[in-house]
Structure formats: structure tokens, C-alpha cells
Design a protein around this ligand. Sequence first.
Ligand SMILES: Nc1ncnc2c1ncn2[C@@H]1O[C@H](COP(=O)(O)OP(=O)(O)OP(=O)(O)O)[C@@H](O)[C@H]1O
Ligand SMILES: [Mg+2]
Length: 443
Amino acid sequence: MWAYSVACAWEVVVVTSWRIRDFHDDDLDMAIPLWGDPTTAGAAAAFGPSEIIAAIRAGQPAVVAFVGSELVGSAVAMVDRDHAWIMRISLAGSWRKQGVGSALLETLENRLVTQGVRRISCLFADSEEVGAAALEHRGFNVRQGLLLYEKVESVATSDIGILSEVGGRMLGSGLWEELGGMVREKELIERRVILPLANEELAGRVGLFPPRGIMLFGPPGTGKTSFAKGVASRLGWPFVELFPSRLAGESSAGLASALRETFGLVGELDQVVVFIDEVEEIASAREQRTLSAAHGVTNEMLKLIPSFREKDRRLLVCATNSVRAIDSAFLRHGRFDYVIPVGPPDPDARRAIWIRYLSSIPSDDIDLDLDAIVSASSLFTPADIEFAARRAAQAVFEEALLEKGAESATTELILNCIHDTRPTLSPRIIEEFQQDIEDFARV
Ligand SMILES: Nc1ncnc2c1ncn2[C@@H]1O[C@H](COP(=O)(O)OP(=O)(O)OP(=O)(O)O)[C@@H](O)[C@H]1O
Ligand SMILES: [Mg+2]
């Protein structure tokens, strides 16, 4: 890419065989082929045809060259106060090197100057010879040393309003990588969910329908929410989290209509991960229904899921600590493609998660006894490990500040913190989870 700019200048050009005038709406059909053709436009042009059309429709300055009734060239600009950007100068092949480009540019400059423009820049690919010749002829200078940095954000402008209405947001990249250990769960979700959604074309070619809905179940604090966020982060899709308790309002009828409204809005997004935590609140089995789940809320959800599933590039992730409390119709294949257990971390996972959370706490004990730490925390979830590590950091902080002690942790200190932290898991919870895997898991 080269950037050209010029201080304003004004000259009179005598147009001979061609005629230059302002762009009219009727010119669009003839102009588009010039913008879309890589040989006239430059394959790596800074602005694509749709952006040029949008600028013209918004009333930005544009001029065209005609020979008889044939449109042979055009030049389009975009004005920002006293600075204008030339988006494209294009010429039909047979009208190159005859001065049409310079004439177009001169007319466009005149329009810009009369609008108060004082600086005109042009950014385009070095393959766009047409524009370069005209710009040089009109006295534009090449600004060496400029680099074009560009990023295509994955949220369409039209989606931004909807996202803010439903409380959605883009999550940072790297959340998936931050999930320590849990290799089995990560590999499963990566293969079954992330890869098919990220490679939809290949999946379609081999007859694999990418998943549209998954249910994660497991004891509290095992990372279900973190996995849902990790998936959105890996896909680069916006993340919308729905809280049944907040949607409920005063009555269950309110919850049903809030769900309908929210799913209606979310359906308009280009791509999205929708996450519903504690989904048993809205989809519990008949006999276990709480007030909020009564009166057809479950039925409403059952109706909403099929239309959500109809469009590509969307994923509904539901999570529950209590999969056995969920209405069996809700879990059925066709609503949720996979029912995935996110279980207590095994020793390898605990080790990885401990390493992650201890890495920010300095330690004198170069050989922290990780084996002892891992085995002392056998009933810990990732959330418990995170909490115990925080306790350790707090203890080191207090020791350093109040006792002028060392700014570092020891194995003993960490073991004490483990001892002081109540584990979420118990043999009974683990047993129930194993039973749930047998009864409900579908991977
Ligand atoms: N694999 C992991 N590596 C590191 N930290 C983790 C991991 N899994 C979870 N955590 C941390 O543990 C905490 C709890 O995780 P999360 O909220 O995802 O669990 P959950 O299963 O959704 O819990 P709940 O059932 O209570 O909703 C979070 O702070 C998260 O950062
Ligand atoms: Mg959660």
C-alpha cells in the first residue's frame, strides 16, 4: 500500500473526448464492474465495492467519466472535516494512459476543495497503477514508511445494538488456553464443538452438522461457565449470558415472555454463543419445578430451541449442577447435540491448575512439593484451588506487610491454606456425578 497526499491545488482541464460529471444513482450498474475487477481496481484495494457504494449512498463526493454513453472511469472520496480520503480511482482498460484518470482526480479535487477540504490522502495497493499515475500527475507525494494495520472485528455493526440490549459482549482471546488441565473435557469440547463450528464448510462437505446446542453438567465450580466462555473466545463469537433469575421479573409468565423476546433478538445476530447457567431453573422436571419454572416456562424453552437451531453460526450452551433435575424432554437429542460432563479435576488437572494459580506467588521453596499439594486437595474443584491459592497469596501479603517476613510462599503455607479451605466435593457428590454420567452423558 502507498499513501499519497497533496495540499489543495486547482487547475482547469480541457476535456476533449470524454466528459466528466458528478455521480448519479443511475451510474451504479456501469460503475460496479470497474470497482470489482481486480485488474482495474487492484486485488488488495483498501476499500471494497460495498464500502464504495455505501459512501456514494451517504452522499460522499464521486465523479464519473463518460465517453458517449459508456462509463469509462470513476473516482470516489470520503470526507472527514477538512481531510478527505480517495477511496478508489478506476478506469476501463482501453482508457488508461490518456489523461482520464488525472481529469477525474482534478474534478474530484475541485469538489473536495469547495467543501473545505485541505488535505487529501489516498491509500491503495501498489498494484493499482491507474490511481498511482493520476495521483503523481496531479502532484500527490508518496508518503514512505507508512504501514497499513488492519483488523476485521467479528461483530457486525448492526449486531452492536442488539448485543448491548441483551447484555452480550466480545470476550478476550486466550480464555480457552487459560483453562488449566481438564485435558479430557477440553479435547472433547474442542473436537465435538469448536472445530466443527470453526470449520463449517468442511463439516458440511462431509455431512457433519455442527452442534447448535450443548449441555454441560457437573458439580459447582468445576468450570462449566469457564468452558462456555472459552468456546466463545476460541470461536471469536460474541457471548450472551442469560440469567433466568434476572429475566424472571415478577412472575413465570414474565420469564416466558422475557425468554421469547431475548431469543428473538439473539436470533438476529450474525453469530453468537448464548449461555444459560443454572438451566434447571427454567427446565426442571415437572415434579421438581420451582415457582419460576412453572406455568409453561419449560414449554417456552422447548419451543424456542428449534428456531434457534435453524440458523448457522450459533451455539446454545446450557449448564447445570443438577442434570437429574432437568425435564427429560429438554435434554433430548435434537435439542442438545451433546450432554457433556465437566467433572472434578483428576490429579493431573489439579496439578496444572495449581501451577497456574501458584505461578503468580513467589516461592523460596524452589521445589514446592506439588505432589503433596495435589494429593491434599483431592476433593477440590478448580474454584476451590483458585480460592486456596488466593488464601496463600493473602497470607504471604500479610506476613510481608505486617511481620516484615519473606515475600514468598512455602509448601507448608500452601498445605495450611488447603487445610483451611472447605472442599466442594465429597465422596457422595463424586458418586452421584458418576451415576449422572451413566444416566445422562451423551458425547
Ligand atoms: N480448568 C480451570 N483452570 C483454571 N481455573 C479454572 C478452571 N476451571 C474453573 N476455573 C476457575 O474456577 C472458578 C469457577 O469456575 P466456573 O465458574 O467456570 O465453574 P462452574 O462450573 O460454572 O461453577 P457453578 O456450577 O458454580 O456455576 C472460576 O474462577 C474459574 O476461573
Ligand atoms: Mg457457572
